[in-house]
Design a protein. Structure first.
Lengths: 119, 115
């Protein structure tokens, strides 16, 4: 079964410093990986995805993620953190199941990492 | 476009009561799903649907029912509310078909408290 793990409950970074939020995955077959962000009292918002191709994926709000097949990781990064980046971040993997002619495509989430950027 | 709309935003129930959480999307997405979010547990899939008339169970389906009579709507029913169902519930939708790369679009959630 597909799964993702986010080993850190919280990451603290000073504004202007680079940030990394870690994610590792376990899949059978090709991985379809996503990052989402959740601001307080809101739903999750899509940041970026890896399907195939370049290992460095660029997404919204200046975020990027590095796919590493040998380490089964998909870490989220940003060169210079902003206080407004403080939020809850989720890594997710698409579970590939086939039902008839359709793909169910369930999304399985990690437990989330709280990013705190201090001024 | 409104995206994914969930109602109500807040609800308080007594143990044993039933209710329906509403979810509607206007993006013509085939795939719709319900998650619950609990502290330290991330998001767990309750039920999902790959199209009208088709539903299936996720990780934590017990105590919940769903139906998908139209592409737009995917209501979640709590049959007999229990305190363990106190949570924040999110509805999410996406395209499916042969594409695995379609991201989920989330509603803003329903915060449910069962006393």
């Amino acid at each position: 079964a597909q799964s993702v793990a986010q080993p850190e409950d919280q990451v603290n970074v000073a504004e202007g410093n680079p940030l990394t939020v870690k994610c590792t995955y376990s899949v059978s077959g090709n991985p379809y990986l996503f990052w989402y962000v959740q601001y307080p009292n809101r739903g999750l918002q899509f940041l970026l995805k890896y399907i195939t191709g370049d290992n460095l994926v660029k997404g919204s709000y200046g975020f990027e993620a590095e796919f590493n097949k040998s380490q089964t990781s998909f870490h989220l990064k940003k060169p210079s953190a902003l206080v407004s980046d403080s939020a809850l971040y989720f890594c997710a993997v698409r579970d590939i199941l086939r039902r008839g002619s359709s793909n169910t495509g369930k999304l399985i989430f990690g437990q989330g990492t709280t990013l705190q950027v201090k001024p | 476009n409104a995206g994914v709309t969930q109602t109500p935003k807040f609800q308080v129930l007594k143990t044993g009561q039933s209710m329906t959480l509403q979810c509607a999307q206007d993006m013509n997405h085939e795939y719709m799903s319900w998650y619950r979010q609990d502290p330290g547990m991330g998001l767990r899939l309750i039920h999902y649907s790959v199209g009208a008339g088709i539903t299936d169970q996720g990780e934590v389906p017990n105590g919940y029912n769903v139906s998908r009579s139209t592409t737009e709507d995917f209501p979640l029913r709590l049959l007999s509310a229990a305190p363990s169902q106190t949570s924040v519930y999110f509805c999410a939708s996406s395209y499916t078909g042969s594409s695995y790369n379609s991201p989920l679009h989330f509603g803003n959630g329903t915060r449910l408290t069962v006393t």
